[in-house]
Design a protein around this ligand. Structure first.
Ligand SMILES: *[C@@H]1O[C@H](CO)[C@@H](O)[C@H](O)[C@H]1NC(C)=O
Ligand SMILES: *[C@@H]1O[C@H](CO)[C@@H](O)[C@H](O)[C@H]1NC(C)=O
Ligand SMILES: *[C@@H]1O[C@H](CO)[C@@H](O)[C@H](O)[C@H]1NC(C)=O
Ligand SMILES: *[C@@H]1O[C@H](CO)[C@@H](O)[C@H](O)[C@H]1NC(C)=O
Ligand SMILES: *[C@@H]1O[C@H](CO)[C@@H](O)[C@H](O)[C@H]1NC(C)=O
Ligand SMILES: *[C@@H]1O[C@H](CO)[C@@H](O)[C@H](O)[C@H]1NC(C)=O
Ligand SMILES: *[C@@H]1O[C@H](CO)[C@@H](O)[C@H](O)[C@H]1NC(C)=O
Length: 394
């Protein structure tokens, strides 16, 4: 009820604002000699933008850097953080094409009136204190290409209404408080980059992850559980970065990760993965960063992996690997500590390694289609509990 009242009050104030909008005739008089190229002269779209931005501003309850002190008067193109450009469908008039308030530290909520900015292509609100839900009206921005809501206080379920945006290619909602499951529809969009890390998502990674065309997928620091779906093999033509740090994943690393031949970054650290490193990883000719640390992986650290042509950094610490090729130490950055490598310093205790070895896992027999099959694996006695690792600088 309180929220509804708020909207009614906003509408009333906006009606008043509209009445005081400078009339067209006055503007035409002043710009009598202007050519018909794009100008910031009031046009219906800039008038709607004025309504939208003033409505939004009323919902800010803290603006410590006084960003919005410039947000007065009809010339919205002059407002700090608001960017105008000639309208795509009418180059003679200016329209609001972007909002960039990154690092403004503003506290408030989003206004449904922002949907009046129907030509918006970019919204960057990284590092503010916006809270609450993403209004349903955001699903009606036909030109929206980049949406960055990262590092705010948004919550509620995944904002599925954004998935119908026809132009959206870059979606960044990391470091918020979204919760619940990731909708399978997220992987059926034409998004090129998907950042949902550091939220409170649960339930498994959707098994249709392979339907995505994204080049960057970052699901880290959520509590998904379950396995890495086999369907990732279908990401081979597009995926360059796969970051699944600290997502409570179980099961084996699927052989299919090695088919993602465009991968430059593969980070599955701080999960509960078991089994061997799949030999297929040795085929990732573009791989630069490989991090499998803090899991329950075992078997050999393969020479073929350490010899990958552009691999710079291989982090394998805190597992149960028991064999290592000498060539691994030739990598620019390599960490094999806290494993079961007989010849290497700073390894696990022998007893710990022996206890682990008594519970082998057969990854060939093991199948997991994005589900929780992995839970059936019995963790070895005495395996240290994984502490959450907030320090990952994503
Ligand atoms: C618009 O027209 C004015 C007057 O002819 C000119 O000075 C200005 O450079 C033009 N602006 C653009 C963006 O073409
Ligand atoms: C913002 O404005 C308030 C009140 O006018 C002033 O006290 C404060 O110092 C300003 N802050 C900045 C960062 O300019
Ligand atoms: C826009 O702002 C600049 C300086 O910030 C000012 O000189 C100019 O007059 C403003 N334009 C309008 C139309 O308000
Ligand atoms: C990880 O997932 C399992 C279920 O697969 C769940 O029982 C456990 O509580 C989760 N771990 C954390 C740290 O939430
Ligand atoms: C290698 O990767 C690890 C894990 O991501 C990171 O902590 C380390 O700083 C990296 N080393 C270098 C030299 O970049
Ligand atoms: C490591 O690099 C050195 C110098 O580049 C080379 O002499 C040595 O053979 C390499 N070691 C292995 C195991 O490839
Ligand atoms: C290797 O990893 C261990 C355990 O995560 C860490 O304590 C150590 O600082 C790392 N060593 C280097 C050289 O990065």
């Amino acid at each position: 009820m309180a929220a509804l009242k708020g909207i009614h009050l906003t509408t009333l104030l906006l009606s008043l604002l509209l009445i005081f909008w400078p009339s067209d005739s006055k503007h035409h008089y002043h710009h009598h000699h202007a050519t018909t190229n794009a100008t910031s002269m009031a046009n219906p779209r800039l008038r709607r933008a004025y309504i939208a931005l003033q409505a939004w501003r009323l919902l800010f309850y803290s603006d410590p850097s006084n960003i919005t002190s410039t947000w007065s008067g009809p010339n919205v193109c002059n407002y700090t953080g608001i960017f105008c450009a000639p309208a795509p469908d009418d180059p003679d008039i200016l329209t609001v094409a972007g909002i960039d308030l990154n690092f403004a530290d503003i506290a408030g909520v989003l206004s449904p009136h922002l949907a009046l900015l129907s030509d918006l292509a970019l919204i960057h609100l990284n590092s503010n204190r916006f809270a609450g839900l993403v209004p349903l009206e955001f699903g009606h921005l036909p030109l929206l290409f980049e949406l960055d809501l990262s590092n705010n206080r948004f919550g509620g379920p995944f904002p599925s209404h954004l998935l119908n945006l026809p132009s959206l290619r870059y979606l960044d909602i990391r470091f918020n408080e979204f919760e619940g499951m990731l909708p399978p529809a997220l992987l059926q969009t034409r998004l090129d980059a998907i950042f949902v890390n550091n939220n409170r998502f649960t339930s498994v990674i959707p098994s249709n992850i392979g339907a995505s065309t994204a080049s960057v997928i970052v699901f880290a620091n959520n509590n998904f559980g379950g396995c890495i779906p086999e369907s990732i093999s279908k990401l081979a033509e597009s995926l360059e970065e796969l970051v699944l740090i600290n997502a409570n994943l179980t099961g084996c690393l699927p052989e299919a990760v090695g088919w993602l031949y465009k991968l430059k970054v593969l980070d599955v650290s701080s999960n509960r993965l078991v089994g061997h490193l799949p030999y297929s990883i040795a085929g990732l000719a573009k791989l630069e960063q490989l991090n499998v640390a803090h899991n329950m992986l075992t078997g050999p650290l393969l020479d073929a992996v350490c010899m990958l042509p552009v691999l710079e950094n291989f982090t394998a610490s805190d597992n149960y690997f028991f064999e290592e090729a000498n060539v691994c130490q030739n990598l620019t950055s390599f960490n094999d500590t806290q494993n079961c490598l007989p010849e290497r310093p700073r390894q696990r205790r022998k007893s710990e390694c022996e206890a682990f070895g008594r519970h082998p896992v057969d990854c060939v027999a093991f199948h997991c289609e994005g589900g929780n099959n992995g839970a059936s694996i019995v963790a070895p006695v005495g395996f240290p509990a994984l502490a959450p690792s907030p320090g990952h600088g994503l």
